[in-house]
Write a protein that binds this ligand. Sequence first.
Ligand code: ATP
Length: 229
Amino acid sequence: MIEVKDLSHQFELGKKGKKTTIPVLKTVSFMINKGEIVTLVGRSGSGKSTLLHLISGFLPRQTGTIILNGQDVTGLTETAFSQFRLGTIGFIFQNFQLIQSMTAYQNVELPLILNGVSETARHVQTLNTLAKVGLEGFEHHYPSELSGGQQQRVSVARALVLNPLIILADEPTGSLDSETERDLLDLILELNATLHITFLIITHDEEVAAIGHRSLAMHDGQLIDGEVN
Ligand SMILES: Nc1ncnc2c1ncn2[C@@H]1O[C@H](COP(=O)(O)OP(=O)(O)OP(=O)(O)O)[C@@H](O)[C@H]1O
């Protein structure tokens, strides 16, 4: 489902004539099968977010190959990648990244609007998805009127609404207390079991790492052997 081959990345700092190159990823290769939950662990600065941003196309690839659901995305134009991403990948972030001026309903409806779904179908899918994450009755609440756990559920619903095959998550429980964290982990396990969504989850948290079928460990931009839980 996710295949990464010889992916390297470097950032350039400084102005012309005084440029410094920082190698952040060094020929990273791995494969994740459909339906796996894989956690990505490693010290701060080891390159985890950079790897996730390259897989999602948020950062332009420099060298190496990324294949998602059998499609080599490295040859796609930015527009084609955006379209592909919309129907294939959902995202969950530590700080939820909800649009504050929109209700829970509107936040979840947005990907459907971007994907050209009709208003009637949008209504059904948005309500169904909010129900799936246990947020019936909270449709008209703004993010500021929801708890952290509820906001993260809205962001999970937004990630789910276009039926993605893959969900990429960057420290999804980083802003949650331990009880709310457990609820979110149970939701991830349920989505994986019922919808067979493949998850790649960056985490520093042992409880999160424990739900993975496997763990990939990064060190200084390189992948050191993954562990099977
Ligand atoms: N836009 C950028 N420009 C320059 N350097 C960057 C940029 N983004 C990240 N870096 C550097 O790349 C390295 C890897 O960063 P990255 O965010 O991928 O690490 P991480 O493992 O996700 O860390 P954390 O666990 O703290 O989120 C760090 O040294 C960081 O300073």
